[in-house]
Design a binder for this molecule. Structure first.
Ligand code: AMP
Length: 392
């Protein structure tokens, strides 16, 4: 199958797209329709020559935006559409060809991801209505982590909360953790060994991957658990919720908003959720930015150290995401905080590796440290192809 795959990532007011050839390194048509449903709705992206464009879609809804996206595909008909779906619950251990029963199962898990799954479903409904002749595949953020053993995925809570309500740890960013660990297997002499993976972007998560299987990960029931992120708190004392409610009278919505949107780098620094700005302000002596940087790096290192318990063997650390791929300062601090693992960086290689470059940055005497730019769209396209081949 040589025709490209159209990858769609549908949010409540945005649609990201990318047209991906069977050669994942071929130039890509890609872009985003944003602020859908408002007068400021627009589509921006780049064409196959790498030229960027912007088009007003004033008042457009998801279906109208998808029409505009198709008009930008330069008459290259996709073989299928691969949809990113955030939560697959326990139903999905791999990508699924979309039919009525798959849609039912995604609807069932919507209670676990009320902000994301309904938007993903709206995107699927719109593309199915517009392009009924195209096969559509759902690729789940949670699927890669379905290999976690019970000791890693169960919370220490009454069993009925798991058996009757699905309360367990699921993990997210699965396509990124899968892509990066598989890539390490291709480029490291150690192959598919035991890797600690840190996906550090606006959202951040860590995982322990052994022989291409996720054995533990930092995110849980929702993408709020784990390390500190751009605006998300990561782990807090579960007693915090009751305390804030009783002492400050905060509602659940207040608490949810603060932990998801007003915490992390942003909350600690009082400035910004953007690591570049945190680093610049910290260099100028801003106390909040320094604290945000320190907490962020310490929590990533602590999470990696904790996840090492899941690995039967340890071959090294893989860093990805906007921060992992670009910030040599974060990489330096995180690795420095893991002295018992025998890790050491080559400072020159660390400083030089950024802007989408892949490279090994350790000093060469111990476990390896790699920077591997993630490619979630490429992985979604690959899983979509694989799913179609299985059903051919
Ligand atoms: P992502 O969500 O993967 O796009 O990552 C976004 C994060 O990457 C933001 O916090 C950015 O500030 C951060 N980032 C991107 N480039 C750099 C850079 N050169 N140095 C530090 N952080 C960066």
């Amino acid at each position: 199958m040589n025709a490209p795959i159209l990858v769609i990532n549908c949010g409540s007011s945005s649609i990201k797209y990318a047209l991906i050839d069977s050669d994942p390194n071929a130039p890509r048509l890609a872009g985003i329709a944003e602020r859908l449903g408002s007068t400021e709705a627009h589509l921006k992206g780049s064409n196959s020559c790498g030229e960027s464009f912007q088009q007003s879609l004033s008042g457009a809804d998801h279906a109208q935006a998808l029409h505009a996206i198709f008009a930008r595909l330069e008459e290259r008909s996709p073989a299928a559409i691969g949809h990113r779906v955030v939560h697959g619950g326990e139903h999905f251990t791999q990508a699924a060809l979309i039919d009525a029963s798959v849609i039912d199962a995604i609807e069932t898990t919507a209670a676990l991801a009320p902000l994301h799954n309904p938007a993903n479903l709206a995107g699927i409904a719109a593309t199915r209505a517009l392009f009924p002749y195209l096969p559509q595949v759902a690729v789940f953020d949670t699927a890669f982590h379905q290999t976690l053993p019970p000791q890693a995925y169960r919370y220490a809570l009454p069993e009925a909360l798991y058996t009757q309500h699905g309360i367990r740890r699921y993990g997210f960013h699965g396509t990124s953790h899968a892509f990066v660990s598989q890539r390490a297997g291709e480029i490291s002499e150690r192959g598919n060994g035991g890797w600690l993976v840190a996906h550090l972007g606006n959202g951040c998560s860590t995982s322990a991957v052994w022989h291409n299987q996720s054995l533990d990960t930092s995110m849980g029931l929702t993408p709020l658990e784990g390390v500190a992120m751009g605006t998300r708190s990561g782990d807090v004392d579960p007693g915090l919720h009751a305390h804030l409610h009783r002492q400050l009278g905060w509602s659940l919505d207040d608490i949810d908003r603060v932990l998801n949107k007003e915490s992390g780098l942003y909350g600690l620094s009082g400035l910004t959720n953007d690591m570049r700005e945190i680093e610049a302000a910290a260099d100028e002596g801003h106390a909040g930015a320094r604290l945000a940087f320190d907490v962020f790096c310490y929590r990533v290192a602590k999470s990696l150290a904790a996840l090492s318990c899941a690995l039967p063997t340890f071959d090294g650390v893989l860093l990805t995401g906007g921060i992992g791929e670009n910030s040599f300062q974060v990489r330096k601090r995180v690795i420095h905080l893991l002295p018992h693992f025998g890790l050491a960086l080559d400072d020159d290689k660390n400083t030089a590796t950024r802007s989408g470059r892949e490279g090994r940055i350790d000093a060469g005497n111990g476990p390896e440290v790699w920077v591997i730019p993630t490619d979630e769209e490429g992985r979604i396209a690959a899983e979509t192809r694989q799913c179609l081949e299985t059903h051919a």
